[in-house]
Design a protein around this ligand. Structure first.
Ligand code: PDD
Length: 288
């Protein structure tokens, strides 16, 4: 079955799906995106992702290309046409096509909408639970990573540095030594009292949807979460560390820059939170 992508009003075979060479997303990374997990053909935490998409567009003064209802229908159609049971939906909105000029087009361009989907098989739980290594790199991003912009060059370079170092993720460290987040994940540590610490959702990080869901799930499990900046030195001495994202959920971090964190194995708080999140995914699938 051929993969189908949605591009500006048309459903096309994936290999033929293309945008114009003067799309401002292509030329200026002038656009935003969302990645949403799909379980049993249903979006996980769709309202939160949609709200963030609205916020990202509004921050860049890009008009939403469709109504929410139309967008939901397009996404549902892409999921159905690609027969996605468990997978990932990618939504990208750019300012659209215009003659190359840095400032916004004088006559407003029509925002471009692309929706793709692909299957994402369940990970090997035993492997995930053994944890991953991260390396640290300087946080070289602009000062508004709270906007889910497609301008991801520093994130790309950070992830490549991690890959070349044989690590799973790169944690970004700012000039003050604070770990802001990962290249495509939020960063968390657990202190010796079992409290979970993560960077506040100010303009320095992307406020992850999993991050928000985990606040609620932690609260239900009587696990205390504190939003405050933490430095790399504190992370190195933490009892546990983990990362979160829509595509990886909750993943134990067992080494940073080659040094073991805590016991060097996934910790109990992290594993409880992963279990709680997997249960949340199950409920998302069941809610029909
Ligand atoms: N990344 N921080 C950054 C920089 C991210 O790119 C992401 C998501 C997250 C986690 O956000 P959420 O919990 O909403 O997935 C944090 C997506 C998955 C990506 O770019 O592929």
């Amino acid at each position: 079955m051929p993969r189908i992508a949605y591009v500006n009003g048309r459903y096309l075979p994936h290999r033929d799906a293309a945008v114009h060479v003067e799309d401002r997303g292509y030329q200026f990374a002038d656009g935003v995106y969302e990645v949403i997990f799909v379980v049993d053909g249903r979006l996980v935490d769709a309202p939160a992702h949609l709200a963030r998409l609205h916020r990202s567009c509004a921050s860049l003064r890009i008009a939403m290309p469709t109504s929410d209802r139309a967008l939901e229908a397009i996404v549902a159609s892409v999921i159905a046409r690609n027969r996605i049971g468990r997978g990932i939906v990618y939504i990208q909105i750019t300012r659209g096509v215009a003659r190359r000029d840095h400032a916004f087009p004088r006559i407003a361009s029509r925002p471009a909408l692309v929706v793709t989907a692909r299957t994402h098989p369940a990970p090997d739980e035993t492997a995930v639970r053994s944890g991953v290594a991260v390396v640290t790199v300087a946080d070289q991003r602009w000062r508004r990573p709270d906007i889910k912009s497609i301008s991801l060059l520093p994130n790309v370079l950070a992830k490549e540095a991690a890959r070349e170092a044989g690590a799973h993720e790169a944690w970004l460290v700012d000039d003050a030594g604070v770990v802001t987040e990962g290249s495509s994940t939020n960063a968390w540590i657990v202190d010796r009292d079992g409290r979970v610490v993560t960077h506040p959702a100010d303009t320095a990080i992307l406020d992850g949807i999993v991050r928000r869901t985990l606040f609620r799930l932690a609260n239900e499990a009587s696990i205390v979460v504190i939003e405050r900046p933490f430095r790399l030195a504190e992370a190195m001495g933490a009892t546990e560390a983990f990362l979160t994202s829509s595509t990886s959920f909750v993943v134990p971090v067992v080494a940073i820059d080659g040094s073991a964190i805590g016991t060097g194995r996934a910790g109990p708080v992290t594993l409880r939170l992963r279990d709680a999140y997997l249960a949340h995914l199950g409920r998302a699938a069941a809610a029909r």
